[in-house]
Ligand binder design. Structure first.
Ligand SMILES: C[S@@+](CC[C@H](N)C(=O)[O-])C[C@H]1O[C@@H](n2cnc3c(N)ncnc32)[C@H](O)[C@@H]1O
Length: 229
């Protein structure tokens, strides 16, 4: 399944997503994703952070409230248009761009005069067709010892198919009622971690987070990948 097909679906789902996430994101993101992502990211006003696959920019807005300067991107033009409107109150604290995470060139075009201190991605790694170019580009854009915190669907527990070892894609929904099923891209944990290691990161933070009453099966894994070379 190509990035083009996947992008078409996200463009069709953009308005629904923006309404569902609103200004403060939804309960799932607030309770399951945000706390540990924020703990590992430890944002502060001196930070310059890249928000990867930012959706309607709800986490960029949260970072801007902490005084952080943010560059945020998504490949869905509709999502970026809605993000600019939704987060307009933060003015120049957040710059939004259309860029494709499957293209190293597209991400490297976001390079500014100063390197990013950190990068973050909430619940998008499993939606991205190919992730090696993203990790390579983020590594290049980060300052030394900078880190990339990403939250993604837990590949060991959350998949709609029987396959674990073999990378594959499948259709599913993120939020009940969304207009179109999106494409998910399953990768094993070793595939994700080995991309981090090959591109010059070490993993120095890791959480597995559960949702609501099910306290044994984590839905989300949150990883901090620190740039060492
Ligand atoms: C589940 S949403 C999460 C959005 C946002 N990070 C949040 O937490 O609300 C996944 C996002 O990934 C974006 N996305 C998927 N593939 C992408 C790619 N190749 N490049 C950039 N964005 C992508 C989608 O357009 C969508 O906005």
């Amino acid at each position: 399944m190509t990035a083009e097909e996947s992008k078409k679906i996200w463009n069709q789902n953009a308005e629904f997503w923006d309404n569902a996430m609103g200004d403060d994101s939804n309960e799932f993101h607030r309770d399951v994703v945000r706390p540990k992502v924020t703990e590992l990211l430890s944002p502060n006003p001196t930070d310059y952070i890249l928000d990867v696959a930012c959706g309607n920019g709800n986490y960029s807005g949260y970072l801007a409230q902490q005084g952080v300067s943010v560059v945020a991107f998504d490949y869905s033009e509709n999502m970026i248009e809605l993000a600019k409107k939704r987060q307009a109150q933060y003015g120049s604290k957040i710059e939004f761009y259309v860029a494709d995470a499957t293209s190293k060139e597209s991400i490297l075009a976001l390079q500014r005069s100063q390197p990013f201190t950190k990068a973050v991605s909430n619940m998008a790694i499993m939606d991205i067709t190919e992730i090696a170019p993203l990790f390579e580009a983020v590594n290049e854009l980060l300052e030394t010892n900078g880190f990339f915190v990403f939250a993604t669907q837990h590949p060991c527990f959350i998949t709609l198919t029987e396959k674990y070892m073999t990378p594959h894609s499948y259709y599913g929904i993120a939020i009940e009622g969304q207009p179109n099923e999106q494409l998910y891209y399953h990768r094993s944990m070793q595939d994700i971690f080995n991309i981090c290691f090959k591109t010059g990161f070490v993993i120095d933070g890791f959480y597995e987070e559960c949702y609501k009453s099910n306290k044994e099966i984590p839905m989300v894994m949150i990883v901090r990948a620190k740039k060492i070379k």
